[in-house]
Design a binder for this molecule. Structure first.
Ligand code: G3P
Ligand code: MG
Length: 253
């Protein structure tokens, strides 16, 4: 059983806004989405911020590494101009700012823990601890799963650290291709879901994951026909860049 929304806006606003910014979250909302995926990385001083690439050059200009840059300097960087002049000056948001925005607007979050190389455990630990603090009321009240975010990560070590730091926040193990030992990995993480690249998923694998009782999430599905196919295989949810083509109410039917 999948307690979360089915269609999720990738990196906030998919390809319609600069990824991993508050402007992207607002864009997703304008298209009716109340569910987002975004990437979280640590600054040099250990503050979780929204960022996909460990180095600058694509979404923020210049050279340098996120893991060697202070949070206050990241906050002053322009994460919007690369996408279009109307987004110029859009800052790199902290994870905490984005969580507050999402909670205020009742947006469900798939928090992808994205460690810079060599920081897997630390990133998993800090993101989980921050999340547990921001969702303290929900955790204390034993809120339903839909009121809590879902962590995911390609890093097994980051998820294991998140599990230790905040066992009450569920986890999905994220893979590009489903490995032979997927079930042992999910068990070791006490994970509730497998997140995988739809391009490498087969109907047989989808059935195996569902038969084993796990949630199954796919990234990043931008074609309605493909979305319909994988939903028919039993895929529970997916994120999309094409929030203009595949809306929050898409069912494939
Ligand atoms: O979480 C799903 C998806 O976002 C994983 O790939 O590179 O877009 O973060 P990436
Ligand atoms: Mg991601």
């Amino acid at each position: 059983m999948w307690p979360y929304p089915k269609i999720i806006a990738h990196r906030g606003g998919g390809t319609l806004a600069p990824e991993n910014t508050l402007a992207a979250m607002r864009c997703g909302m304008q298209y009716g989405f109340r569910a987002v995926e975004f990437d979280v990385m640590l600054s040099g001083d250990g503050v979780p911020v929204l960022m996909h690439d460990p180095q600058f050059g694509r979404t923020v200009p210049g050279k340098g590494r996120v893991a060697e840059t202070l949070a206050k300097d990241l906050a002053a960087m322009d994460a919007g101009a690369w996408f279009g002049s109307r987004f110029a000056g859009e800052p790199v948001p902290t994870f905490e700012e984005v969580v507050r925005f999402c909670k205020q607007n009742r947006i469900w979050m798939n928090v992808e823990i994205k460690p810079s190389p060599g920081t897997d455990e630390q990133t998993g630990h800090v993101v989980a601890e921050t999340t547990a603090r921001l969702f303290g009321d929900e955790l204390d009240a034993r809120a339903g799963l839909a009121d809590l975010p879902l962590f995911s990560s390609f890093s097994f070590d980051a998820l294991a650290a998140a599990h230790r730091a905040a066992p009450g926040i569920p986890r999905g193990f994220l893979v590009d291709t489903i490995p032979g030992d997927w079930q042992a990995r999910l068990q070791a993480l006490d994970a509730s879901a497998l997140h995988t690249n739809h391009k490498n998923l087969t109907a047989m694998q989808a059935h195996a994951v569902k038969d084993a009782g796990y949630g199954l999430f796919c990234y990043t599905v931008n074609d309605a026909a493909r979305a319909k196919d994988i939903l028919a295989w039993g895929v529970d949810a997916f994120c999309t860049d094409r929030i203009d083509l595949i809306g929050p109410g898409f069912s494939g039917g």
